[in-house]
Design a protein around this ligand. Structure first.
Ligand SMILES: NC(=O)c1ccc[n+]([C@@H]2O[C@H](COP(=O)([O-])OP(=O)(O)OC[C@H]3O[C@@H](n4cnc5c(N)ncnc54)[C@H](O)[C@@H]3O)[C@@H](O)[C@H]2O)c1
Length: 262
């Protein structure tokens, strides 16, 4: 168990205020890690906000100047053991909005939605990884965990969404696929600095926005017959964030109830 120890490790979490991020932060704080959450909005949970090992900086990953400012003023001088990138563009920064043009089919897809998604999911990722990697190169040790999706591995199943007004658009799927090879590039080109880089590809997490039709269709397409709970990824993040995974780099850990096995 010693190799799973993350006590006092500095873990930078980008986009940690969402469904999966909140769960990881809560779990990692209980294991006495030091968390720096970079997000456009903070988590509103007293037990997290008041934890002395929790720091939050407001940032918009679509803005290079925001990333420069936060790094130059707050992050640059710190040791960063692990970086976890969770942020993604979904048409707005808060809840999913059914019928938002972000969910349109490719033939009607607005170029601005495509650009906004690339700008956050890939350009933002490029910038934060580049900044953090330089810190890690100086430390001669580091660990990057990027987050893709089953839809970065296979195409979204368009029939499961029915009339919900929520779909999985080309911009999401394309950028999520890009994240996987971006990570392999970092893994292979920076292994000599003792920096590891891996991907976690989660399957769908249940939330209140999902229609009955979607949940039913999701079950039919999943060997384990259900969506995930947000906390069911915690242990995989712990494995990758700790020395327990010291021989793992360039991998894509798919945790999807079997979705991509069919
Ligand atoms: N939840 C799922 O069903 C699911 C399934 C597969 C993959 N994933 C992936 O897992 C990751 C986390 O998912 P989640 O459900 O926790 O997402 P979420 O939407 O609940 O949270 C994302 C977080 O990123 C932040 N964010 C978005 N754009 C930002 C920006 N420009 N600048 C700063 N912060 C920004 C949001 O404020 C939010 O706190 C995502 O990359 C997602 O693609 C999620």
């Amino acid at each position: 168990m010693k190799r799973f120890n993350i006590k006092n490790k500095n873990i930078l979490i980008a986009g940690g205020s969402g469904q999966i991020g909140k769960s990881i932060i809560d779990f990692f704080l209980k294991l006495n890690a030091r968390i720096i959450n970079l997000d456009i909005q903070d988590i509103k949970q007293q037990k997290i906000n008041s934890n002395r090992n929790y720091l939050f900086y407001k940032i918009d990953f679509s803005k290079k100047e925001d990333i420069d400012l936060i790094f130059n003023n707050f992050i640059k001088k710190k040791r960063i053991d692990t970086l976890i990138n969770l942020f993604h563009f979904k048409g707005n920064f808060r809840k999913l909005e059914p019928n938002n043009s972000f969910f349109e089919s490719f033939d009607k897809y607005d170029f601005s939605n495509w650009n906004n998604t690339i700008n956050v999911n890939l350009n933002g990722l490029f910038l934060i990884c580049q900044k953090t990697l330089k810190i890690m190169m100086g430390q001669k040790k580091g660990n990057i965990i990027n987050v893709s999706s089953t839809y970065g591995v296979v195409s979204p199943k368009k029939h499961i969404y029915g009339k919900s007004g929520i779909n999985n658009p080309i911009a999401y799927s394309t950028t999520k696929a890009g994240i996987i090879n971006f990570t392999r590039y970092l893994a292979t080109h920076y292994a000599e600095y003792n920096i590891r880089a891996n991907v976690i590809s989660p399957g769908g997490v249940k939330n209140k926005m999902q229609s009955k039709e979607f949940v039913k269709n999701y079950k039919i397409n999943t060997p384990l017959k259900r969506l995930a709970n947000p906390w069911e990824y915690n242990e995989a993040f712990l494995y990758l964030a700790s020395d327990a995974s010291s021989y793992m780099t360039g991998s894509n850990l798919i945790i999807d109830g079997g979705w991509t096995a069919w």
